[in-house]
Design a protein around this ligand. Sequence first.
Ligand code: FE2
Length: 330
Amino acid sequence: MLTTFNDAARPSVYGAVQLGYAFVKSPHIAEWKRLAADGIGMGIAADSPNLIAFRTDAHARRLIVSKSSQEDLAIGWQVLNESAVQTILGRLNARKVDVQEIGGEEAAVRGVKSIWRFIGPKRQQFELFTEPMLDATAPKILTSGFVTGERGLGHVAITTRKPDAMIAFWREIFDAKISDFIEDRISGVNLRFTFLRFNPRHHSIAVAATKGLAMDPFATKIQHLEMQVATLDDVGEAYHRCRALGFKIAMSVGQHTNDRDVSFYAVTPSGFYFEVGWSSSAEEGERWPEMTHQGISVWGHKPQDQTLADQLAQIRNGVTSLLRNEYSPF
Ligand SMILES: [Fe+2]
């Protein structure tokens, strides 16, 4: 029998889903290697002219960059047990979201045994997996560690013109809880962020939307991907390495109001941002009050290497987004 959202005895998958990997397609594979390995400090798991994979922990692969003529991105979600996968697949089926089960080389390249692929809000490609391949050797990383475990790899932030539909999707499919909200005015645009929690990490997805006229200022699939490092020194050293390598910094080091993360945002060769963050709170979990914070940052996070051309591109993206219908599965 299919599990539907309205079942009284609906099993919850909260706590059983975490960010697992990011699979990037990009023409700029050599630049990605410089950023991910030499800048952010990930270990290299595979290195060939057409594919580079990176490690941060015991997983064999956490970031995979495949050479392609076009930019694209798939987000992998690790589901911790078979019953949770079946619950999620039942929910997608009930909503008539098509799911492909894929194994073989396509899964192996992602460092997992098999995947279930579906197209989510904004036509973003998502993939579920239960069995990551592990590597018993310690990854050769430049940080003192990446914080993963029960919190997963990190988080992604996605801009949308249909925030209510996007939030409803993740609440229904992954039993997302709302940690909190932030309102801010950035580059003259009023924005509202909703932070969705699937596990003890403060958020695995942040949903960003303009208030009033619904515009999407980012042409990339996601606005940013975040990974959390073990110490504040790790943030500073990664920032220094990225600067020294010549990578553009979208936002300087600063501290967020809600999860208190200290972080910076580098611009990736694919156009979206990469946030390197550190949290002062050793414990996360259920302690977040569901409140609205004013401003994304307590201090810092100032635009650093953004040019007038970058700002004009965001305005152009926002305006042209008005001409497109953003896809939503339901
Ligand atoms: Fe973030």
